[in-house]
Design a protein around this ligand. Structure first.
Ligand SMILES: [Mn+2]
Length: 336
């Protein structure tokens, strides 16, 4: 971090500032020019608040030269993080497919979907139990009962499960859940992130629909700074001026994230486009862009789905998609 110091400062004020910075375990490198004085700070600058620095009356401006996140930063951990989900790897040389309905609707429905997606080659079952819906009048999910249904399908099909948490008080229901999902709307629910950092289960963190890549990484940092390093990032489309699709899949976020962080990055093509017919194309794009997996909404009868039917592909379409993307995964040297 570089501080640019006011030219009209007194030496006493300046020495006091340097003492303050060094008391925060920062090394300082001062260079005095004719008109400006510059202080280079070396140390863990992720602990410094840039706005606090700017508020100092001696400081004209502050420039960051390194990213404000440390644990998620590839510079500090160059090897890809591979997360083990009950024997299913996410990250590294693998391409992991997570599939299932938007919402858990009944045991019969979930068993049917779980059995079929597993046969087609998916390795994790998804299903929403606590649903964050735009309208309070829309189906809100089966909640705790939905998680029970997921648990039954998990043991029946021997497949790990992922479902979304909306409130930390519900954590007690997640004992047998393998990955806890934080949805786009909660990406900056910092209290929730901190609490999930204090437990051991892997967390899949979706990018907020209006969040920058750096904000997503800072949210991952919230979880990791509390001790939980098993964070999976998910690009699920951002809000733009385009209305032809539900969101706009920011495909460039994938290679950018892969460069900035060692954490696994997956793509959710279903929420990104909101339309089942575009899901195969976006899934292929995800592999080509270097993603570590996809999370796809699949339903046995999309027309009758209680949520997100329009973007859900059928069991047959999913089987076809899996056969199709195998070739792409091979091209990218990813094990599917
Ligand atoms: Mn959905």
């Amino acid at each position: 971090m570089i501080l640019i110091i006011r030219p009209d400062r007194t030496d006493i004020e300046f020495d006091k500032l340097i003492c303050e910075l060094e008391s925060m375990k920062m090394k300082t490198h001062v260079s005095v020019g004719e008109n400006t004085t510059i202080v280079g700070l070396v140390g863990d600058t992720s602990l410094l608040d840039i706005n606090e620095m700017k508020a100092n009356p001696l400081v004209l401006d502050v420039k960051r030269v390194s990213e404000p996140y440390k644990r998620a930063n590839r510079k500090f951990n160059s090897a890809d993080t591979v997360i083990d989900i009950n024997g299913v790897p996410i990250g590294g040389g693998y391409f992991t497919v997570i599939a299932g309905p938007c919402s858990v609707e009944s045991q019969q429905q979930l068993n049917l979907i779980a059995c079929n997606i597993k046969k087609s080659g998916a390795s994790v079952l998804r299903g929403g139990a606590f649903k964050p819906r735009t309208s309070p009048y829309a189906f809100q999910g089966l909640e705790a009962e939905g998680i029970k249904i997921l648990e039954n399908a998990k043991s029946r099909e021997d497949i790990p499960i992922i479902t979304e948490i909306m409130d930390i008080s519900d954590l007690r229901y997640f004992e047998n859940v393998d990955i806890i999902q934080v949805g786009a709307r909660n990406m900056q629910n910092f209290r929730l992130l901190k609490m999930l950092g204090r437990q051991k289960k892997p967390v899949l963190l979706k990018r907020g629909m209006s969040s920058t890549i750096e904000e997503l990484l800072m949210s991952a940092e919230y979880i990791m700074s509390e001790g939980n390093n098993d964070v999976i990032l998910c690009e699920r489309g951002i809000r733009t001026f385009e209305t032809s699709t539900r969101n706009t899949l920011d495909i460039s976020a994938v290679p950018v994230l892969k460069k900035l962080t060692h954490l696994p990055v997956i793509v959710d093509p279903s929420h990104a486009c909101g339309n089942a017919c575009f899901v195969p194309a976006l899934s292929k794009a995800a592999i080509a862009a270097g993603a570590d997996g996809i999370m796809v909404e699949v339903h046995n009868n999309p027309a009758k789905a209680l949520s997100d039917g329009a973007q859900s592909i059928t069991l047959e379409e999913f089987d076809c998609l899996m056969n199709n993307i195998r070739k792409y995964a091979e091209l990218e040297n990813k094990k599917l």
